[in-house]
Design a protein around this ligand. Structure first.
Ligand code: ZN
Length: 146
């Protein structure tokens, strides 16, 4: 499929973890695969982590990299799990997304494997330390409870 995610990062380097797409497709349910590897979006208010307050670390469902911590999760009301910061800025790759042009969004991918996670929005006025909202698909992540 033409929409599948490239093996190469926006900086020209290969992702440290190379996803075997056919293997992953067998391992995951259809929606998880479509979100991670074809940049689909789960329907709002349907994801299992939208309102979860469980303490733990959210990991990439494709490669297990640590992406977000429950401490930075907040209730935004948008219908998807929302975080104000990643575990580490290096954990995330940011890409300009013009698929809804003229609206330009910032796509968020796993920096380790390139899988699509969601988008990040800024300046919405949420009472968080960064005023950013990482709007992430539940199906792109696995919550490892502490
Ligand atoms: Zn990953």
């Amino acid at each position: 499929m033409s929409s599948e995610i490239s093996k190469v990062r926006s900086d020209g380097n290969l992702y440290p973890h190379q996803v075997d797409d056919s293997k992953l497709k067998e391992e995951l349910d259809t929606l998880s695969y479509q979100v991670l590897r074809q940049a689909a979006t789960e329907r709002a208010f349907t994801g299992e982590y939208t309102d979860t307050e469980t303490i733990g670390v959210y990991k990439c469902k494709a490669c297990n990299a640590q992406l977000f911590r429950s401490e930075t999760k907040f209730h935004s009301g948008c219908g998807w799990p929302s975080f104000y910061a990643p575990t580490d800025n290096k954990a995330i790759e940011y890409l300009e997304d013009r698929s809804l042009f003229p609206r330009v969004r910032t796509e968020v991918r796993c920096a380790n494997c390139g899988s699509h996670l969601g988008h990040v929005f800024e300046g919405e006025g949420f009472d968080t330390p960064t005023d950013q909202r990482y709007c992430i698909n539940s199906v792109a992540m696995i919550l490892e409870e502490k």
